[in-house]
Design a protein around this ligand. Sequence first.
Ligand SMILES: Cc1cc2nc3c(=O)[nH]c(=O)nc-3n(C[C@H](O)[C@H](O)[C@H](O)COP(=O)(O)OP(=O)(O)OC[C@H]3O[C@@H](n4cnc5c(N)ncnc54)[C@H](O)[C@@H]3O)c2cc1C
Length: 277
Amino acid sequence: MTKEITHRLAEVTAVTRVSPSLVRVTVAGPELAGFEPHGVPDEGCVFNFPEPGSGGEPVPDAGRWYTVRRFDPVAAEMDVEIVLHPGGIGGEWARAARVGDRLRLTHHNSWFRRPEEAAWQLLAGDVTALPAIARIAEESAGRVPTTAVVEIPHPQDRRELGVPTRWIDNPELGAGSTLHEVLAATTLPEGPGYVYVAGEVSATRLTRKHLRHGLGLSTGSYGVIGYWRVDAEAWRRRQAESGVDTVALYAEAERLGSDEEETRDLFEERLERVGLL
Ligand SMILES: Cc1cc2nc3c(=O)[nH]c(=O)nc-3n(C[C@H](O)[C@H](O)[C@H](O)COP(=O)(O)OP(=O)(O)OC[C@H]3O[C@@H](n4cnc5c(N)ncnc54)[C@H](O)[C@@H]3O)c2cc1C
């Protein structure tokens, strides 16, 4: 699915605390009427926020990706669920969000690609992926046997997903995810299936390596997406100081890679070489 870029202004119509780590924000407005869902259950949008608590206009270039948990085309209304972690435009905005606040939706994309022949699926992620996992599980009901593994910072982040779920408690999730270790010790069902993983960048990188190079899963039988990065500021600083153009590195990997997964292998090799993995 190609990335779409539009600009839709929306207004907050409800703010609901769903668990200690997550707040559900409902946004609506005439410009959302033109939003065309991909019908892919992990679809997300980039949200531009105003300064937290300012009630002002959304600041361009201050966008963060969030999963579309629910979209109602008749009411032109959308729910997203935002993790309340310390620091960061998105987390801080969500903590102070109020009805009437304005947001702007820009990019729209989706990643979930379960093959037709999959006889089972495993959905894994940390708390940031809980909205995507919940929607995928909901929309897969009666179609494909599903299990889930979800890493959460607070025991009360547990919720009923309608599928067998292993909850991993990690109060220190903000300092590092353990998802890759959990998944490395997980036996996958026999036969063709699909493994979907989303969460912290290091954990998802190691998980992808395990699925692709450790278990030898074929391209297309897994989808792994990095959602956020521990100590993102330090990484940005290292990137700026290195002077490395990561976009050019990716373009080079893309030229050499025969598919998306090989491109990711080549890109990560290059990032490692310049100390930016
Ligand atoms: C496709 C996609 C879908 C996503 N869907 C969701 C979603 O539905 N709900 C959701 O909450 N997030 C989701 N995310 C993750 C979200 O975009 C990131 O967590 C983002 O970094 C949050 O921005 P921020 O401004 O709060 O923090 P940033 O400005 O990016 O970071 C500030 C600091 O907070 C840290 N940080 C960032 N995120 C977290 C976190 N989750 N926990 C602890 N520390 C963190 C960083 O390391 C940094 O130190 C999604 C990401 C992608 C790519």
